[in-house]
Design a protein around this ligand. Structure first.
Ligand code: NCD
Ligand code: ZN
Length: 351
């Protein structure tokens, strides 16, 4: 098979940033995806419908002028859940029509999460409203207790936070974002058949690489993201989940741009930039698993179905072609290093 035509995919977890950074990265996502769930972890975070409306306008204004007239890119906005999010804000979000979810960052879990939730108990009124009106909650599922080993924080989150949360809110629609462990894949798989309230996104980098990538011949900051890459058995479990054909697993790149100088520093920010070559990376992962036939449903159907949005009707073509990931990309007046720069890929999305 030398070419693959599929329904235009969507990215169900994307960091677009703002200003010059937004203008630099948005064209890469718009080239491949029709829609994206846009993360709200700006500085300050997007916590109100009014702020999300203004951010959405800035994204639309930053879309590349040269886009063909029949091509669209629709940002699907999210709000950042805080200890103070009111049930009224949840209802306003639903009424807006353009806010599609709330994002739960446990305070301190990752980049720009200082304003996150300190204790889920504080959010019960907001969660009750979300459950009542069918507003999805997107979860960065890692505990923040410094006593818990960094590599165990997702697994511990399932037992300590996710299971009790789902027991208390049995109808709350939840996306367990960017899962990285066998335990998360097993937990979601187990719920998948029985309930339609839980799903998970999986990044391309967690499908392709394990934690050795961070330490290959030296410390490699571009491979540092959160949740951090895990051991090989976890990667294999994620590949099995993503290529299983189960509707509870769908594409979310978690592409998170940080300027080269912020990554190549004594204290490197967490985030891997993959929007440039997202579908090419996913195609690589699905081909290696011998399941290219299941890429379309994972990338283009299951996410839309979960969010209750129509599937896209346009199509894209991905061709077999050997090419090298560039060493760096423009990022305003700075530089951005795409993940796995300098390596060879074997699929390329046609223009
Ligand atoms: C994200 C970022 O840079 O905003 N970083 C990351 O490593 N994924 C934040 C996040 O989603 O955790
Ligand atoms: Zn993210």
């Amino acid at each position: 098979m030398d070419s693959l035509t599929l329904t235009r995919p969507d990215d169900w977890h994307l960091h677009l940033r703002d200003g010059d950074a937004l203008r630099a990265v948005l064209p890469h996502s718009a080239r491949q995806f029709a829609r994206a769930i846009v993360m709200p972890n700006l500085k300050p975070p997007v916590t109100t419908v009014a702020a999300a409306a203004a951010y959405r306008d800035r994204i639309v204004a930053a879309l590349p002028a040269g886009m063909p007239p029949d091509r669209h890119f629709t940002p699907l906005m999210t709000l950042y859940l805080t200890d103070d999010t009111s049930p009224d804000e949840v209802r306003r979000a639903k009424d807006s029509g353009f806010v599609h979810a709330f994002k739960l960052y446990p305070a301190g879990a990752t980049t720009n999460s200082a304003a996150g939730v300190t204790n889920l108990r504080h959010c019960w009124p907001a969660l009750e409203a979300m459950q009542a009106i069918g507003m999805p909650l997107l979860i960065h599922g890692e505990v923040t207790d410094p006593a818990v080993d960094l590599f165990d924080r997702e697994r511990v989150f399932i037992d300590e936070q996710l299971i009790p949360l789902r027991a208390a809110f049995t109808n709350l629609r939840i996306v367990f974002e960017h899962i990285t462990t066998r335990e998360a894949a097993d937990y979601v798989t187990d719920c998948c058949g029985r309930e339609r309230t839980l799903a998970a996104t999986i990044t391309a980098h967690h499908l392709l690489y394990n934690r050795n990538a961070i330490f290959q011949g030296g410390l490699r900051p571009h491979w540092y993201c959160l949740p951090v890459l895990k051991r090989e058995p976890h990667r294999l479990a994620l590949v099995t989940a993503a290529t299983s054909g189960r509707p509870c697993f769908f594409l979310g790149t978690d592409s998170a741009p940080h300027a080269r100088h912020a990554k190549e520093s004594a204290c490197c920010g967490a985030g891997a930039f993959t929007a440039f070559h997202a579908m090419e990376l996913y195609a690589e992962a699905f081909e290696r698993a011998g399941r290219l036939d299941r890429l379309e449903a994972f990338a283009s159907f299951f996410g839309a179905d979960f969010y209750g949005l129509p599937r896209n009707t346009e199509r894209i073509t991905i061709r077999r072609e050997t090419w090298t990931i560039p060493q760096s990309l423009a990022f305003g007046d700075q530089e951005l290093v795409p993940l796995d720069a300098g390596s060879t890929l074997h699929w390329r999305t046609a223009a």
